[in-house]
Design a protein around this ligand. Structure first.
Ligand code: ZN
Ligand code: ZN
Length: 166
């Protein structure tokens, strides 16, 4: 999504709001297509005393698979967008400045790369997901594992006692 910033580049105090969606459903990430619904991108480019800044956010609902229990789950993820923009670099030392393409800026590309870079490589349905039992494979969030019967504490005490008398 390209925007022409001509109207604000040389006008201190001028702003250009933006609000659009991007279809990322075909974008593969770690073997999945997590961004099923469109990414919504919104914010504003402003000329603050001659300095161009972009402030906004990109947000989408992700469809992920839990790495521990293998269940699919959904999570909304929002990534803030903060960029300094310039038509040309005046000082080599100034990093993190996004160069305009003439008067134009591809805000879609900026938002897309910021969003994808911020995606997690590990996904858990919840921080305390108990995962699958290594023995029987049940989802321990939903079921009680039956492959390893609990030893009755009274029997445990008795067998300790027997060990000592032998
Ligand atoms: Zn899980
Ligand atoms: Zn089990």
């Amino acid at each position: 999504m390209r925007f022409n910033l001509q109207a604000i580049i040389h006008v201190p105090g001028a702003t250009l709001p933006f609000d659009f969606t991007m279809d990322l459903s075909e974008v593969e990430f770690f073997g999945e297509h997590p961004v099923k619904k469109p990414l919504s991108v919104s914010g504003v480019v402003s000329n603050q005393a001659g300095v161009l800044t972009l402030e906004g956010e990109a947000t989408a609902e992700l469809e992920l698979t839990c790495d521990r229990c293998m269940k699919p789950f959904r999570r909304e993820k929002t990534v803030p967008l903060h960029f300094l923009l310039a038509q040309e670099l005046e000082d080599e030392e100034e990093g993190d400045i996004v160069l305009l393409d003439g008067d134009e800026l591809d805000i879609g590309e900026l938002a897309f790369s910021a969003y994808v870079l911020d995606l997690d490589t590990k996904n858990l349905c919840s921080e305390d997901c108990r995962g699958l039992c290594a023995g029987c494979g049940v989802n321990l969030n939903e079921e009680v594992c039956r492959c390893k019967p609990e030893v009755d504490p009274r029997w445990a005490a008795l067998s300790q006692l027997l060990d000592k008398t032998e």
